[in-house]
Every structure is written in C-alpha cells, then in structure tokens.
Write a protein that binds this ligand. Structure first.
Ligand code: AMP
Ligand code: MG
Length: 313
C-alpha cells in the first residue's frame, strides 16, 4: 500500500486513550491528497483486487475471521460502501448482517446475544451493518429504548454507559483472543451532506424507499448523536479493536479509505495459502497418476456410456 495512503489511515485511526473532538478534529469532506473521483479510481480498483486475493487466503487458511463493524448516521453510505468495496470478493466467504430495532424476542435476551449468533465463521469476513454499538448510541440518545430492555432497576442507573463500554471492550478482547479480528469503521458524513442526500431520496422516485419520516426525526437529534459517538470513540478505541473515522461526504474517497483499512488489517495477519506436508503432496501425486491411468486404460469409454444412457430415455 502506498505510503501516502498509510499516512491517511493513520490519521483516521482513533488513538486509544486519546480524547478526541469529533466535530473539530475530523473533517467529513477530507479527500487526502486526491483531487477527484477519477484520481482515485485506479487505486480503489487495485484495492478491491487485493482484497479478493486476501479473502481467498483467509478462506483457504480457515484460521482467522474478520469482523467489520460499520456505524454511521443515516445516508452516510453504509449500504453503497458494502456493495462497492465487496464487489470483487467471493460471496461464499462473506456474511453481512443488518441490525435494526430489536424484536420482542431479542429484547428478552442480553444485548450482545443477537450479535454473537451473527459472528463470522473462521475463514470468513463478517460485516455488521450497525451493531451492538447502537446500545450506546441510539439507546443513549433515546432513553425510551432502554426502558424497553427490562433491566433490573438497580442496573439501570447512570453508570450503565461506562459499564457497557467496559463490556464491549471485554467482548472484543475475547473475540480477538479467539482469532476474530475486529475492525470498526464510522462513516463520518456532515449534516449538510446528509440533507442533500435526503433531498435526493425524496425527489428521485427510485430512491423514495430509502427514506422515512423517522430519518428526519433522528436528524433533529444530530448533536446528541455526535456527543454519543464522541463518548463511544473515547472509550472503545482499543489497541486490539481500533475505530477509524472515515470521511463520508465524498463516496469515492470513503470507498478507497474503507478498502485500504480492510487491506491493511488483513495484511497484518500475513495470510498465505496452507502448505501441504510432504506426505500430503505424495498422496496428491498418487491421485494424479491414478486419474491419468484411467484415461490411458479406457479412452472414450465415458462418452460411449453417456450415449447409451441418452438412447434409453
Ligand atoms: P436502518 O439501518 O436505516 O435500516 O435503520 C435501522 C434502525 O434500527 C436505526 O434507526 C437504528 O438506530 C435502529 N437500531 C439498531 N439497533 C438498535 C438497538 N439496539 N436499539 C434500538 N434501535 C436500534
Ligand atoms: Mg435508515
């Protein structure tokens, strides 16, 4: 990966322990050293090809899993980023799960449970489109969601958020200690750009389905969300599961930054195709010799059998 891209990623990673100011330290319109969409196309395409190669090795090795957590305000581009960045990978090795308002059944369990059952298998990439982080975001901004969780009153106190941060950090440590690598991406869209995208969703009939009145209500809580996100970054960006704040006002830059962050994370795993032992290699050669003997002993036999079967039916 180019040194310049590495530097950009470094600046987007939330340093563990450092208190950040989301609104002043991170520009949603940032495009790094690039000047236009065309300027990034070749690099993004190369990143998508590299990701496909890395995924093949991840799958073949069947040792690690990669969990990518995507969080964002509405219209920041989570869905389209998944669609574009994952366009080159083998669908068999990817599991995407979207987390919505919890059902009555989900509320009858602890909040991590529905995410646990959706964790990626070894060898796979799992994408959480929203996640258990909603438990310290939307639930914090709208306390009525917390009321629905049927928690014992003594546990529903003002310390609940710091306890949840601790629980989430412990959970992610547990995952990484078990070979599930956690990469957390926040797509940082500005309030102005969100408005533009909402207006397009209203004006273009093919995009109407993406818009709901509830989205407007969430927009009115913008500052509350920014405060909750800031608290979340300051408490849950850890050395083993760091947050990246990805500029999201220019989708072409978002895609490049996301694919680069995924590739950098996979790169650290030094993935390689499994090597076979001497004995396994010998067994492969024996199998090959057997198949070659089949052809030499009965050339054309298979074809005749097929013709015979064809006549009968
Ligand atoms: P969308 O991603 O636009 O389809 O919307 C899903 C909605 O579900 C968002 O408004 C989220 O805030 C909401 N949501 C996701 N997880 C939770 C949760 N744990 N508690 C309450 N609301 C949630
Ligand atoms: Mg929505």
């Amino acid at each position: 990966m180019a040194v310049k891209m590495k530097k950009i990623l470094e600046s987007l990673r939330v340093q563990p322990g450092k208190k950040i100011d989301l609104r002043n330290d991170y520009d949603p319109g940032c495009i790094g050293h690039f000047i236009s969409k065309e300027d990034t196309e070749a690099t993004t395409a190369a990143g998508i090809r590299l990701l496909a190669e890395q995924q093949d090795k991840l799958y073949a090795q069947n040792t690690y899993a990669l969990l990518i957590i995507l969080q964002a305000m509405d219209a920041a581009g989570k869905d389209s980023t998944i669609k574009h960045v994952m366009s080159g990978v083998n669908p068999q090795g990817v599991q995407v799960t979207s987390f919505k308002v919890p059902s009555a059944e989900e509320l009858d369990h602890d909040y991590l449970r529905r995410c646990c059952v959706a964790l990626p298998n070894r060898g796979n990439i799992g994408i959480f489109n929203r996640s258990y982080y909603e438990e310290v975001l939307v639930v914090r901004v709208h306390p009525e969601y917390l009321e629905r969780q049927q928690l014992p009153p003594s546990l529903n106190d003002r310390h609940i958020w710091s306890r949840r941060f601790e629980e989430i950090n412990n959970f992610e440590k547990y995952l990484t200690d078990n070979g599930i690598v956690v990469l957390k991406l926040f797509l940082n869209v500005s309030k102005e750009e969100q408005k533009k995208r909402f207006l397009v969703r209203v004006d273009e009939p093919d995009k109407n389905w993406k818009f709901s009145a509830a989205d407007i209500h969430e927009r009115t809580c913008w500052d509350g969300y920014m405060d909750a996100y800031e608290e979340m970054f300051n408490n849950t960006s850890t050395p083993y599961a760091p947050w990246y704040i990805i500029p999201a006002d220019h989708k072409w830059f978002t895609r490049l930054a996301v694919v680069s962050a995924i590739n950098e994370t996979l790169d650290r795993l030094h993935l390689a195709f499994p090597e076979v032992t001497k004995e396994q290699k010998e067994a492969l050669l024996v199998a090959k010799a057997e198949m070659e003997r089949e052809n030499a002993e009965a050339p054309g036999r298979k074809n005749k059998a097929v013709k015979k079967r064809g006549k009968k039916s």
